[in-house]
Design a protein around this ligand. Sequence first.
Ligand code: SAH
Length: 236
Amino acid sequence: MDPLNPAPKKSRELPPLPEPPKPFVGQEQMGILRERMVETQLKARGIIDKAVLDLLGRLPRHLFVDPSMVDLAYSDGPLPIGFGQTISQPYIVAFMTETLALTPEDRVLEIGSGCGYQTAVLASLAQEVYAVELLPGLFDQGRANIKKLGFQNVWAKHGDGSLGWPEMAPFTAIVAAAYGSRTPRRLLDQLSPGGRLLMPLGEPESQSLVLFRKAKDGRVTSRSILGCRFVPLVGG
Ligand code: SAH
């Protein structure tokens, strides 16, 4: 056989091409997705608080999720954030924030701060936010995200938020992103007169968001305002 003209190799199948890279979703594209989220998920479902709509239209939610989920960051649902937990659906974050009707005077206790997205929302509207997260890995992640965005009015603690944060009480607003099974007495004790506490209560398959209000004389009233589905509050 002529070594300079080797017999043509038997044609064989080419190896499959690698997966095409995901299209790069840049800042501009993120802004468009955010605007669409505000229109189709928030306004369309009745969120009207301008401060909340403006804020969620600006806050880069994609910086709080795992890089592999960036292009789902503005989708209409919760997303996994690791450790078996989820970042809440944008509508739920907006609804809870609108319900709390925060002002720049509020001192907020947040229980279950996870990746820090809701922390950032609260910190943008209130004076101070005290964020408690039970899982060390998420606590680190949330704190890093909050730091990355430059918030100066957030204090973060790793621990069981069902105990509240007695050293920093009282709070004018308390919000929990994990459901409990009974009236949160310890948390209500840490609420100032005139304050409100918003928390999911119920069972795994059936929960509602309950809004507690503490009157100036200390009397507490509550009402269920929305059916919902959260992860459980672990611990106390
Ligand atoms: N707002 C969060 C939602 C996280 S899901 C976000 O935007 O990412 C609920 C969170 O509550 C989880 O991170 C979970 O670890 C936390 N959690 C559950 N029980 C808790 C407890 N007893 N104290 C503090 N955090 C708790």
